[in-house]
Design a protein around this ligand. Structure first.
Ligand SMILES: Cc1cc2nc3c(=O)[nH]c(=O)nc-3n(C[C@H](O)[C@H](O)[C@H](O)COP(=O)(O)O)c2cc1C
Ligand code: SF4
Length: 514
């Protein structure tokens, strides 16, 4: 009987040599006459161990990592096909503490199955959510999602069920479901991991959304920088069509849902939902004035669901296991789990799906193992380039939308970027404004002009020119941007600037030149 070996096809693993490893394993097996079945799975999200190779044995899947192509002959000699001892042997994959302590609901299959095998998806519980959705009324689906407490994982944390109800309530001839897969935030990769590791869960989530609100067409807006996700999604969409999970008569229900993949051209602002809709319509990615909300007048002027990949990928388990099951995880008004992404200067970077309530400290030290440099962690930026810098004194803060608001921060898409004590926070504040100037869509003045003037003001502070006046000026400018910007790019850019000024002021007032 052939032995199954898993080598990830995830972009992160590929960047670390997974393709060479897969080839070396196939070659070595051929040479030795070993009967193997090579599965290209998604990543388990333990990136410091990638390429992580797993072998299916009688006592479960045994992990080896990080493995390089040159290690492969030695692994065969060490009988890794039977789970033999080797310097890179990590034991049973599921027992690795980083993985074992997680609560993987949305990521339940990621890293486990062959991402493009519809059969494997179904064997592992896939499409049960849609099956159930097709037996209840659209209003009941929306109610289930509302009751689950799911809030948008793209950044704004708006209740998903309420958004869906607004679309459901519109009586028009055409509605759309769109998936925001622009994933522009620094240090984030959970959308990519799902699309590369379990694309059917996203397709199923979008199909449930379509059935719920009466939409017959859907689009995934994917960032151009994700070519591997593109390939996986294309294969999965074709597979879903071939088996009747998409198309004019979804699973014989009489309901139609057609799904297309659209590739963005690469602009941070195209992740903002109204810009994304403009871009999907073939126009320049520029923010629309709201109201009207996309749920009322969205794509091509019709009611449209815009949801993040993780929001949509969380829906199948909610429909399958029920709202109460999902709600049971979490704290306060933050229900369910959040796939947290640990990146930057961290020893064990990766994907950690946990119920809301886990603290930053646990994530940084119990999971992350502290900084990669071995130096003290000075700050983390959570929620992408518009997120506040959080000082070590606030690391006890739980991952919870309201707790983060309480400390003047935001959780965003759950990306955590770690910095040690060598970071220059004045430069980080400058960078936030520079980023905003580069990425601004240009529609409103506080953002378009304010970001450029902000960089100049910081440069004057750092050069010691009228420092006190310029420190007061930057605070005033931030205030104007927060209150006067049309969208979150200009409105949130002050978060990193103000938090750097508040907690790390010493970095701005040292005698120095830029
Ligand atoms: C500048 C900017 C960039 C954004 N980028 C993304 C993104 O890359 N992906 C995403 O899902 N949401 C992004 N958002 C949030 C979206 O506007 C929107 O809230 C989200 O797609 C709604 O889906 P959700 O309710 O499922 O989170 C961004 C918002 C702003 C202001
Ligand atoms: S805040 Fe910036 S990105 Fe947003 S609408 Fe205004 S100019 Fe465009």
């Amino acid at each position: 009987m052939s032995i199954t070996i898993y080598v990830p096809r995830d972009a992160g693993a590929l960047s670390l040599g997974a393709e060479d490893v897969a080839r070396a394993i196939a070659d070595e097996a051929r040479k030795r006459g070993a009967d193997i079945r090579l599965v290209r799975n998604g990543s388990r999200g333990l990136y410091w161990l990638e390429p992580l190779v797993e072998v299916a044995t009688a006592s479960g899947r045994i992990a080896y990592g990080p493995v390089q192509a040159a290690d492969v002959p030695g692994l065969f000699t060490a009988a890794f096909l039977e789970g033999g001892a080797h310097a890179s042997r990590l034991g049973e994959t599921e027992e690795i503490p980083y993985l074992k302590k997680q609560e993987r609901l949305t990521f339940a299959r990621v890293g486990i199955i062959d991402p493009v095998s519809l059969d494997e998806y179904i064997v592992h519980g896939g499409y049960r959510g849609l099956q159930r959705a097709l037996t209840v009324s659209p209003a009941a689906i929306v109610q289930e999602v509302t009751d689950s407490g799911l809030r948008g994982r793209g950044g704004a944390a708006f209740p998903t069920g309420i958004k869906w109800k607004t679309v459901l309530d519109q009586t028009v001839s055409q509605k759309y479901v769109t998936c925001n897969a622009d994933e522009g935030d620094s240090g984030t990769f959970s959308d990519r991991m799902v699309m590369e590791g379990d694309p059917f869960v996203l397709i199923e989530g979008m199909t449930i959304a379509a059935v719920a609100v009466g939409a017959t067409r859907g689009f995934i807006y994917l960032r151009v920088e994700y070519p591997h996700a593109r390939r996986t999604l294309e294969q999965a969409i074709a597979g879903a069509y071939a088996k009747g999970y998409l198309g004019s008569n979804v699973l014989g229900s009489g309901k139609a849902f057609d799904l297309e993949l659209r590739i963005g051209a690469g602009a941070y602002i195209c992740g903002e939902e109204t810009s994304m809709l403009e871009s999907l319509e073939g126009k320049r990615g520029e923010v629309r004035v709201r109201p009207p909300l996309p749920a009322v007048e969205g794509l091509f002027g019709m009611p449209t669901i815009v949801n993040n990949v993780i929001s949509l990928a969380s829906v199948p388990i909610i429909l399958d296991k029920g709202a109460a099951f999902y709600r049971d995880y979490g704290m306060g008004k933050s229900r369910g789990t959040l796939p947290i992404q640990l990146a930057g200067n961290i020893k064990r970077g990766g994907l950690i799906e946990k119920a809301f309530g886990v603290t930053l400290k646990e994530l940084l030290y119990d999971y992350g193992g502290g900084s990669a440099s071995g130096r003290p962690i000075r700050t983390v930026q959570v929620g992408g380039p518009l997120g506040a810098y959080i000082p070590a004194s606030q690391f006890e803060t739980p991952i919870d939308y309201e707790a983060f608001t309480g400390i003047g921060a935001l959780l965003g898409h759950g990306g955590i970027v770690v910095f040690d004590d060598t970071v220059d926070m004045a430069q980080m504040a400058r960078y936030a404004l520079e980023f905003c100037a580069l990425e601004s869509c240009g529609k409103c003045t506080p953002c378009r002009i304010g970001s450029t003037r902000g960089v100049e003001v910081i440069d004057r502070i750092l050069a010691g020119v009228d420092r006190d006046q310029n420190l007061a000026l930057i605070e005033e400018l931030c205030d104007t941007m927060v209150n006067g910007s049309l969208c979150g790019l200009g409105g949130l850019t002050p978060y990193p600037v103000q938090s750097a000024l508040k907690y790390f002021r010493e970095d701005f007032v040292r005698n120095r030149r830029v």
